[in-house]
Design a protein around this ligand. Structure first.
Ligand code: TYM
Length: 383
């Protein structure tokens, strides 16, 4: 049992929503498994994050169990690491509230993931406004036509109309976005900072959120006195951003519209193999790692490299005189075998064991979180 020794601490988590996929596994979970040897580890099933978009209660309940089982099947050892469910420890939402009071809207509107998920981007607002202005006013020749006072008033009216329409449609979109989705990085900061975390191992899409957690820690420390450690982010060199199989320009995502986008960890192995065979590749035929010009094959090489722990250069050499078909066939077999092994472990874990592990995990994590929250309340003057 090494949970209470002096090793540095890591904290990370996954939302129990959608289908966990090999991107989550290769970008995040494989790091966690390895780091167990050298760190005190806390892994959370972040259910309060999942409800920032609508979830069906019975599906959410099942996904919480599924996510914890995936942690265990991947090799997270509850004897060495704490695994728990976020909502079992109320200090997370309490600290989130306190952090809300030192976070600015501008900290959150710049989050790339928020912009993507909510479809609201303030930079695009500025660009949209100047584009419409240029198009409707300058390019239309309206300015050139101005000779009399009446023309000026016409031009201004026309400009006003364009800007008004643009702002209205932006407002409509912004007003629809849930407050939870907007605030979610603050809850994530609370997750991380409650546990005096040294390192946060994640995929690269979470880097910006960890950056915010660092800023909030520094801001709080500056304003109220040192409490929080400023954590470091850790992302893998290869595999930090696995791309969608149906569109290698965008990351593989649990919430993708089509399930051809990802290989889920719970996909039937034959079905997963077919997804690999159908994955979008690029023009040409060489098996070369080139993110810019060959994003499709590069993504598949990355998956191959991560699953087999083979350096990218060795894969390129191995397939030098072969085509996409041969390479994909081999990768499909690798994925099939990986999933079969993984699911064997997954299916051997009972719901009852998972519940017990989550309860025990929460019992171990709670005192750490409550101690931090107590200090915070003291510092800000409510205790
Ligand atoms: P989530 O649930 O979207 O993703 C879980 C982890 O998987 C990584 N990941 C990927 N890695 C490589 N390629 C991909 N295509 C890919 N897609 C996802 C993510 O980077 C992440 O590490 N906000 C977080 C969960 C969270 C959290 C935390 C993480 C809440 N509190 C505290 C760390 C610490 C999220 O939504 O991850």
């Amino acid at each position: 049992m090494t949970k209470t020794n002096q090793k540095p601490r890591i904290f990370s988590g996954i939302q129990p929503s959608g289908n966990l996929h090999i991107g989550n596994y290769l970008g995040a979970i494989t790091q966690w498994v390895e780091m167990q040897a050298e760190y005190n580890c806390i892994f959370c099933v972040v259910d309060y994050h999942a409800i920032t978009v609508p979830q069906k209660p019975e599906v959410l309940r099942a996904k919480i169990m599924e996510t914890a089982k995936i942690y265990l099947a991947a090799g997270i050892d509850p004897k060495r690491s704490i695994i728990f469910q976020q909502s079992d420890i109320s200090a997370h939402t309490e600290l989130c509230w306190i952090f809300n009071t030192i976070t600015q809207n501008g900290d959150l509107t710049k989050m790339t993931q928020f912009k993507d998920k909510a479809g609201v981007d303030f930079n695009s607002l500025e660009k949209g406004l100047s584009d419409s202005w240029n198009e409707k006013i300058f390019n239309s020749g309206l300015i050139k036509k101005i000779e009399k006072e009446k023309d000026i008033s016409l031009a201004l009216n026309s400009a006003h109309e364009v800007i008004w329409d643009f702002v209205q449609s932006f407002k409509l979109q912004f007003n629809k976005v849930g407050v939870g989705l907007f605030d979610y990085p603050v809850l994530m900061a609370a997750d991380i900072l409650l546990y005096n975390t040294d390192v946060v191992p994640v995929g690269d899409d979470q880097t910006q959120h960890v950056e915010l957690a660092r800023d909030i820690a520094k801001r709080f420390n500056n304003r109220f006195g040192e409490i929080f450690k400023v954590p470091e982010v850790k992302i893998k060199k290869e595999g930090a951003r696995i791309m969608g199989l149906d569109n290698p320009e965008k990351k593989m995502s649990k919430s993708a519209a089509s399930d051809a986008n990802y290989v889920a960890l719970t996909d039937e192995p034959d079905k997963a193999a077919k997804k690999i065979m159908r994955a979008v590749t690029d023009t040409g035929k060489d098996i070369l790692y080139d993110k810019e010009n060959k994003p499709g094959i590069t993504n598949l090489i990355s998956i191959y490299s991560n699953l087999t722990e083979t350096p990218v250069r060795d894969i390129e050499k191995k397939y030098k005189r072969k085509g996409y078909g041969d390479f994909k066939k081999d990768l499909a077999e690798i994925v099939k075998k990986f999933l079969a092994d993984f699911q064997k472990k997954y299916n051997a874990i009972s719901d009852k064991d998972v519940r017990r592990i989550l309860n025990e995990g929460a019992d171990q994590a709670r005192p750490i979180a409550e101690e931090t929250l107590r200090k915070v309340k003291e510092k800000i003057g409510i205790k």
